[in-house]
Write a protein that binds this ligand. Structure first.
Ligand SMILES: Cc1ncc(COP(=O)(O)O)c(C=O)c1O
Length: 395
């Protein structure tokens, strides 16, 4: 009998148990609602104006013409501008060779994973996590385990992180991925907690990926800290940054990775042999974004904090607290499984959406993520009021 297609590889099924984004069906349901106003609080986005302008540039303004391709590690003037940013913030313990411009944090995480893991190795995600993290690791043919450290830290910031991780690992785990300030819990790890994480990885020969997508929106006492800047961090940590949230330009697909010196050359090859290089107009956009006046960035940062404070004040649903990012992670457990389903459905008929917790990791079904920067403050207030009323009616 003829096969319908050539034989498949053993790894062709690695994504079979990974779902597409749940957001697609939510958007369809929102569209179908008869509500007079749609208040989408499910997606991680902001209403701020994008930092760069889409435009061509004159000869001499930028290093390359728009139609020429960029070097695999990124355009020098963009990399220098990023380095300058790090120097301004007192963090510059790396060379330009260690910096790799990538197609958003997503591409950076993927390349870093492939640079250090073998197919079949395990990666541990400190959950709950950014909704595509698991899929990115699975696409690298890596097995994924999750340990809900961020949820535990929300309940008990004094948790013994070293002991917790010791319980969570096994000899096949060779990489830990985490994101702070954390999407979706809003928890930001302290310097001491991050140092414990770095120490643990050093002691157990485990690579670390620090996803720093929300670096500009950290309101914790210690402020944003990159794990690679801590003692022992630079040899084991891939620090991944994104222009998507900092400069409101997710569609440009620009981010960068600062790699351990030992992997810098390999990362350059991974860039070259995956996408060749990031589109020159996108890199120009990122370079432009870095010239954004500090005042605009400060307005974004302050506005985010005031929306977070307003949400915290108005919201009657228990949640994980807030010290950074764009989100509140709501604890819906008092409603029970059936109540939670009805809650989502009734919200949708009223034109309001939340992101269901299970999108952010195993065992998160009792939670929902609310993005408080996704709509303007009047709509947010309206949305929270409906969420509160519905929650009260179901507990
Ligand atoms: C924690 C986290 N990491 C990574 C990403 C993806 O970033 P990028 O658009 O740079 O690929 C997101 C986007 O929402 C995120 O929240």
């Amino acid at each position: 009998m003829m096969l319908e297609h050539p034989l498949l590889s053993k790894t062709s099924g690695t994504l079979d148990d990974v779902e597409f984004s749940v957001f697609e069906s939510l958007v369809e349901k929102l569209k179908a609602s008869n509500a007079d106003q749609i208040i989408g609080l499910h997606q991680g986005k902001t209403t701020f104006t994008p930092c760069p302008d889409v435009r061509n540039w004159k000869d001499g303004e930028f290093e390359l013409a728009h139609n020429t391709h960029a070097p695999p590690q990124g355009i020098k003037s963009l990399k220098e501008a990023i380095l300058k940013e790090h120097i301004n913030r007192g963090r510059h313990d790396f060379t330009l060779e260690q910096m790799m411009i990538c197609s958003g944090a997503t591409h950076g995480i993927s390349m870093a994973t492939q640079s250090v893991l073998n197919p079949g190795d395990q990666a541990l995600i400190l959950s709950p996590q950014w909704l595509f993290a698991r899929g990115v690791f699975k696409a690298c043919d890596v097995d994924v385990l999750e340990a809900p450290l961020f949820l535990e830290l929300c309940k008990n910031p004094d948790l013994d992180i070293y002991g917790y991780l010791k319980e969570a690992i096994n000899p096949r785990i060779r990489l830990i991925y985490f994101n702070t300030p954390n999407n979706p819990t809003g928890y930001s790890m302290t310097r001491k907690q991050l140092q414990t994480l770095v120490d643990f990885c050093q002691d157990h020969n485990i690579w670390l990926i620090a996803d720093n997508a929300y670096e500009y929106y950290d309101y914790s006492e210690d402020g944003f800290i990159d794990a690679r800047d801590l003692e022992g961090g630079s040899e084991i940590c891939f620090s991944v940054y994104s222009f998507s949230k900092s400069y409101i330009m997710p569609g440009y697909r620009v981010g960068y990775v600062i790699s351990p010196q030992s992997r810098a050359k390999d990362m350059k090859k991974r860039g070259l042999f995956s996408v060749y290089s990031i589109a020159t107009p996108s890199q120009f956009g990122a370079w432009q974004a870095l010239q954004t006046p500090q005042e605009k960035l400060l307005v974004q940062r302050n506005e985010t904090l005031s929306l977070a404070k307003m949400t915290e004040k108005l919201l009657d649903v228990p949640h994980c607290g807030f010290s950074g990012g764009f989100y509140f992670f709501l604890d819906l457990s008092r409603m029970g499984e059936k109540g939670i389903q009805e809650f989502y459905n009734e919200l949708l008929t009223q034109g309001i959406s939340l992101a269901p917790g299970e999108a952010f990791g195993a065992g998160m079904g009792n939670y929902a993520r609310l993005c408080f920067t996704a709509v303007d403050s009047d709509l947010l207030k309206r949305g929270i009021s409906v969420i509160n009323d519905l929650y009260q009616s179901k507990i």
